[in-house]
Design a protein around this ligand. Structure first.
Ligand code: S3P
Length: 173
């Protein structure tokens, strides 16, 4: 089985993925890290030098590769992965995949993402928290229909990592 974690930037996909994989004794892959290793470049640099369309192509190819070759895996996607290149259909057509949308309020995401925005090319240019809040509101509105295609969704605003992992495990087994 492959457990896929889905959600907006800064929703905790990577840290939850690490803890979940330890708990259920699965391997862990963070798709962004996998892309960075393969491309031998940081996500920021890939966006800057080669552009977002190139990034989305690589993201799609590597997602396919992982789905075709791995098992007993927890996979954390990038925030945009479900929204491009038919990736969500690809995921939903697999019988061995269980996907979880880590759902958070705009306010929760804004507070978290503001602190880490410099490593995210899509929001690095945003100068204050109010503008970021506006941006996320619109962006999430566009992306939610993709995220909502996940098999399960967990509202994470008031939960710590351990509680989220616990909820996922309960739904898995
Ligand atoms: C992106 C999210 C990032 C990364 C890239 C694009 C997005 O991943 O894939 O910067 O389109 O939302 P995280 O969600 O892990 O920050």
């Amino acid at each position: 089985m492959i457990v896929i974690l889905i959600g907006y930037m800064a929703s905790g996909k990577s840290s939850i993925g690490v803890e979940l994989s330890k708990k259920i004794n699965f391997d862990f892959i963070d798709l962004d890290d996998f892309i960075e290793e393969r491309e031998n470049a940081k996500i920021n640099t890939i966006f800057k030098d080669k552009g977002e369309i190139y990034f989305r192509k690589v993201e799609h190819q590597l997602l396919k590769e992982i789905l075709n070759t791995k098992t007993n895996l927890v996979l954390s996607l990038g925030g945009g992965t479900p929204c491009y290149a038919g990736n969500m259909s690809l995921i939903n057509n697999r019988h061995n995949v269980s996907s979880f949308y880590l759902k958070a309020k705009i306010k929760t995401i804004t507070e978290r993402l503001y602190k880490e925005k410099d490593s995210r090319p899509l929001v690095a240019h945003i100068v204050n928290e109010e503008t970021l809040y506006e941006f996320i509101g619109k962006h999430l509105f566009e992306r939610a229909p993709y995220y909502e295609q996940s098999n399960n969704s967990i509202v994470i605003d008031d939960l710590d990592i351990e509680e989220i992992v616990e909820k996922i495990v309960l739904q898995l087994f």
